[in-house]
Design a protein around this ligand. Structure first.
Ligand code: ZN
Length: 220
């Protein structure tokens, strides 16, 4: 039997002791509540831990992760996290962070059969298809994968902007959406500068008329 999991329990004891040594009130303060400024939507990849690569601590980032950092409008898990972060925690920034060398991106670029996960990867194939002219002009497979990684992040930020949750928040306050890509080979985050802080760049069919909804609600 593999007992390596016990290392995690030992590691946790060291962590708790270290924190208490630095600040005896550390856990009392943390357990009082959270008010993070950021929601992080990242890849499940074990090499891209949100807090570690941004040099932040417990309580600073609300996190959602899935394979290839997707924002799928029927994903009740992601939407619940987004709603809680935006409506209740009042985060100021939502960051979609992909990473170069992503297994999900590479799998989606291939024609291989992987199983159920192919249904999830289909979302990336759609991004590929949408940008096929640009992508097939890149002959180097790694460079093509890197570009799809970036295009995927841009698409997921757009998907965030299309949600009623984000659009409702924009009628009430500032909320910034960002698209980043992390480099596994150098530890550096690249900001793709796809910042959205309003719905003016969203195609009209995806824009909710929230003032009208309010009036309708008041009439009922
Ligand atoms: Zn990944």
């Amino acid at each position: 039997m593999d007992n390596s999991y016990q290392e995690l329990i030992k590691g946790n004891k060291l962590y708790a002791e270290h924190k208490l040594f630095q600040d005896p009130e550390y856990f009392n303060k943390l357990s009082a509540g959270q008010s993070p400024n950021y929601l992080w939507i990242g890849c499940s990849d074990s090499r891209v831990p949100a807090n570690e690569i941004t040099n932040t601590h417990s309580g600073e980032i609300f996190v959602h992760r899935n394979i290839a950092n997707l924002v799928v409008h029927t994903d009740t898990n992601m939407l619940s996290v987004l709603e809680y972060a935006v409506d209740f925690l009042k985060v100021k920034h939502v960051i979609v962070c992909g990473h170069y060398g992503c297994g999900g991106i590479n799998a989606a670029m291939s024609n291989s059969f992987h199983g159920f996960v192919d249904n999830w990867l289909r979302n990336i194939k759609d991004v590929y298809h949408k940008n096929e002219d640009e992508l097939i002009s890149i002959l180097d497979q790694t460079e093509r994968s890197n570009r799809l990684t970036e295009l995927n992040v841009v698409e997921q930020v757009r998907n965030l902007a299309k949600t009623s949750i984000v659009q409702k928040a924009w009628t009430e306050r500032d909320l910034h959406l960002h698209g980043w890509v992390y480099g596994l080979n150098n530890g550096i985050i690249k900001d793709l500068a796809v910042i959205h802080n309003g719905g003016e760049h969203i195609d009209s069919i995806y824009r909710f008329d929230l003032s009208q909804k309010q009036e309708t609600a008041n009439c009922v």
